[in-house]
Design a binder for this molecule. Structure first.
Ligand code: NAD
Ligand code: TDX
Length: 336
């Protein structure tokens, strides 16, 4: 099998490549990534010399780059490449439309021309919008995205659907909940708070801290994607959730306890504009049809994640001293 992984230098993409090299050692993996602020080849140091792994730097929204990669054919394409941080999308929505919408369409176009066995679009629960206190998102629900990020991912999902219906392309969409685990860029809640708490810096909890997310350990997500790729039905959508709903405040408290840090580090700050209240996924389809289930219990996953950030301080020191801080200084002063 030859598999093209886009966005493989990011958080989930790099965990996915490790998962494939370990669990599908006969597959040839090509990683196609433009290396934005979130892409980091240090995430792939352990596999860089493997004979069945190759890196190609390119942008999914640049037709010449995409055409070049599709000069070879692939059995599978998995599209992780995206701008992925909601807060950034509030300030730079244009970049999100370019990569997440135009980029996905560009990839689809060339994959269609080149022929591909299966195209898997990695999507998110955010496309469904926000839930009240009850209920779960179903695959058949209408899409009501609220942030520019969520709207760009929903648009990509719709373009995928159109390529399946119109051209018969073998496309499958997966929609996952909030991932956590090693190698996550320290702008997302869990690694942001771990790296801040380790420096005894205040943890900025947005609003009342009672927004709920469904947390999924990244390795469980990768296993779910492989299951869908190999056994899912073309044209279908599969939710992949951790079945673990928690408020941001619960996460923060557990994290401080695990690190042995004071709860006085919690600082309530101005809410994120358009902040979705709750996400939660109904995962019966992937469970009943494909036999996938999340395996990692949250406390154990959080412990593993914290240990990784403690052991890999250089990885996040290199990041938090660079471009990322400049973005925060520019846009986040008014949140304090
Ligand atoms: P990430 O921001 O850590 O990584 C994104 C990767 O894509 C980076 O390596 C970056 O360099 C690359 N990239 C960005 N723009 C590109 C472009 N134009 N061309 C080529 N490469 C480009 O993101 P992540 O958290 O690993 O998320 C991966 C995918 O999973 C995204 O599509 C995201 O929407 C989806 N997703 C994420 C979560 C989550 O909790 N992180 C949950 C559900 C779905
Ligand atoms: O400093 C913070 N303080 C805070 O209270 C940050 C960074 C976040 N939050 C809150 C906002 C959310 O309610 O924590 C929750 C999680 O925030 P993020 O980590 O930014 O994730 P979220 O906005 O839920 O989106 C994530 O899940 C779906 C990923 O970033 C997306 O890529 C994925 O599609």
């Amino acid at each position: 099998m030859r598999i093209l992984v886009t966005g493989g230098a990011g958080f989930i993409g790099s965990n996915f490549i490790h998962f494939i090299i370990e669990n599908r050692p006969t597959w040839q993996v090509v990683n196609f990534d433009s290396l934005t602020y979130a892409g980091n080849l240090a995430n792939l140091e352990k596999v860089a010399k493997c004979k069945n792994y190759m890196f190609f730097r390119g942008d999914i929204s640049e037709p010449a780059d995409v055409k070049a990669i599709f000069s070879e054919s692939f059995d599978y394409v998995v599209n992780f490449a995206a701008e992925s941080h909601v807060d950034r999308s509030l300030y730079q929505p244009d970049v999100f439309v370019k990569t997440n919408v135009v980029g996905t369409q560009c990839l689809l176009n060339h994959a269609l021309e080149g022929g591909v066995g299966r195209f898997l679009q990695v999507s998110t629960d955010e496309v469904y919008g926000s839930l009240g206190p009850e209920g779960l998102f179903q695959e058949t629900d209408a899409l009501f995205p609220n942030s520019p990020y969520a709207a760009s991912k929903a648009s990509a999902d719709l373009i995928c659907r159109a390529y399946f219906k119109t051209y018969g392309m073998p496309i499958i969409i997966t929609r996952a909940g909030n991932n956590y685990g090693p190698h996550q860029f320290p702008e997302k809640l869990i690694p942001f708070f771990i790296t801040k708490a380790l420096r005894d810096e205040p943890l900025p909890v947005y609003g009342d801290g009672l927004n709920v997310r469904d947390w999924l350990y990244v390795r469980d997500h990768c296993a779910g994607i492989v299951r869908v790729l190999e056994a899912g039905r073309a044209g279908e959508v599969y939710n992949i959730g951790g079945e673990n709903q928690m408020t941001n405040l619960e996460i923060t408290t557990q994290l401080l306890e695990a690190l042995g840090k004071s709860k006085h580090l919690v600082h309530f700050v101005k809410d994120r504009p358009g902040h979705d209240r709750r996400y939660a996924l109904d995962c019966r389809k992937i469970e009943n049809e494909l036999g996938w289930q999340p395996e990692m219990e949250f406390r154990a996953g959080l412990k593993k994640t914290i240990e990784w950030y403690i052991t890999n301080k250089k990885w996040w020191h290199d990041i938090t001293s660079g471009e990322y801080l400049k973005f925060y200084e520019l846009h986040y002063r008014d949140r304090k």
